[in-house]
Design a binder for this molecule. Structure first.
Ligand SMILES: [Zn+2]
Length: 461
């Protein structure tokens, strides 16, 4: 049956819809304009990049337990105060304290003695004071190692030389497929009687930088020293081993654990108009490997978190939710900073709307990963169009960051800033991770993306 609409009603309805559409588009325009202003402020300010340079120059090698980490804590606390945070505080955390010491690795290639670019993996035990001299056996997988068996491994130095897969476009996936050698290689080799391990650095570049990182010893198995060697050296060593299967290496390292100590998560916030609505956390980790200025990993993430505070403050955007920057301790060794933060948040019954981590380098941002339920993901997907003009509109379900992951049970949304990761592992965990390799614009596009996401979420959630 056809229903005839009264002409007067239809006119009123038309006017109402017209006004509603006008109001909605005005809101959309206002949001777009605010986001534009966030990006403009970020892209014209030099403060964030300047702070990153200061952090890397004054506190390079800021590993857990190092004096440089204390410098970094004081420095970033000051950055947060200068950024306009209304509250800045330090949250004590028990952190490990392992010392890298002195290291050398020499191989006898023909009648030459060649010094390898080598550094200890984090948590490695030292060699005896006189060092270790043994023949080297090369493997590419644990299967290959086990096939050799105790007979061919015992008393020797195992050399893991499986490269990261260069055909994978996602370099983090390539890293994930090679990192077992670094994390578990020492114990796997020790189980067959090996005396030490050399591990090919986890980078796609052919360079002379040892890229270190954490190893884990398996309970009940003899702990043997483990060194990372540069990829160029790994290629050469592999070649020399083909010429001489009895090639001898000498390694010596004085690295050692030195008992736990106390560090501090550095926290700064702008209190929301209605703080009970929840907290929005932007985070990065403040610690960096002993051999690295830690510009991309993860000075950039820390500086971006501080910059989110500065952007809200300097543009006079007063959020409903509380906006908090958290610079976590000890991501690289035992992740105690993230765990402690989540523990305190739960004890204080804090309500977290979102916790996002930037720990994929201060590289060109391309989008976000979201770990949340379908309904929230749907709301977030509707925000995507705001990021299209800034080419940061890849919204992917799943994944956040190591330091925010412990908040899983209490935070509504966990997230990560996605970057173009092609160059990330050129720098990762090496002396090559310098501020000169961070592009000021790319760094700030990341800061602006997180601040814009917070601005929109503050109005939609
Ligand atoms: Zn990192």
């Amino acid at each position: 049956m056809l229903i005839r609409i009264k002409p007067l009603y239809s006119l009123v309805q038309f006017i109402f819809l017209y006004l509603l559409a006008g109001t909605l588009s005005a809101a959309v325009d206002k949001d777009s304009a605010v986001i534009r202003s966030i990006y403009s402020e970020a892209l014209t300010s030099r403060i964030a990049y300047h702070n990153l340079v200061l952090l890397c120059r004054k506190a390079p090698g800021r590993l857990s337990g190092s004096p440089q980490l204390n410098t970094a804590i004081q420095l970033t606390k000051q950055f947060l105060q200068e950024a306009g945070a209304d509250t800045v505080y330090l949250q004590p955390v028990q952190i490990p304290n392992w010392k890298p010491g002195y290291t050398e690795a020499i191989v006898a290639a023909g009648n030459r003695k060649v010094h390898l670019h080598a550094l200890p993996l984090g948590n490695s035990v030292p060699t005896p004071a006189e060092g270790i001299t043994a023949s080297v056996v090369e493997v590419h997988s644990f299967d290959e190692l086990n096939a050799l068996g105790r007979e061919k491994v015992s008393g020797r130095i195992v050399f893991y030389n499986r490269p990261m897969d260069p055909t994978l476009i996602n370099t983090f996936a390539a890293y994930g497929k090679a990192v077992d050698q670094r994390v578990a290689g020492a114990s796997k080799a020790a189980a067959l009687g090996a005396v030490a391990v050399l591990v090919r650095s986890l980078t796609l570049a052919c360079d002379t930088f040892p890229h270190t990182g954490q190893l884990r010893y398996q309970e009940g198995i003899t702990k043997i020293p483990a060194l990372a060697i540069a990829t160029c050296d790994a290629d050469s060593l592999s070649l020399w081993l083909k010429q001489n299967t009895d090639l001898q290496a000498f390694i010596k390292t004085s690295c050692r654990p030195a008992g736990d100590t106390v560090g501090y998560n550095v926290i700064g916030e702008i209190r929301g108009k209605k703080p009970a609505e929840g907290i929005m956390v932007a985070g990065g980790h403040l610690d960096a490997w002993y051999n690295s200025p830690g510009a991309h990993d993860d000075g950039a993430g820390c500086i971006q978190a501080v910059e989110v505070i500065r952007l809200f403050h300097s543009l006079g955007i007063r959020p409903v939710h509380t906006i908090r920057a958290v610079l976590f301790m000890d991501e690289e060794i035992t992740q105690t900073g993230g765990k402690k933060y989540a523990q305190v948040a739960s004890a204080e019954k804090e309500n977290h709307l979102i916790a996002i981590e930037s720990d994929r380098g201060g590289l060109l941002p391309i989008g976000f990963t979201f770990d949340c339920n379908e309904k929230d993901l749907e709301i977030l997907q509707k925000l995507k169009s705001y990021f299209e003009p800034y080419r940061t509109d890849l919204f992917i379900k799943g994944g956040s960051g190591t330091d925010v992951a412990p908040l899983r049970s209490s935070a509504r949304i966990l997230a990560g800033l996605l970057t173009d990761s092609q160059r990330y592992f050129d720098y990762h965990h090496s002396a090559n991770d310098t501020p000169e390799h961070v592009n000021q614009r790319e760094l700030q596009l990341g800061s602006a993306a997180i601040a814009s996401l917070f601005y929109l979420m503050d109005r939609r959630f």
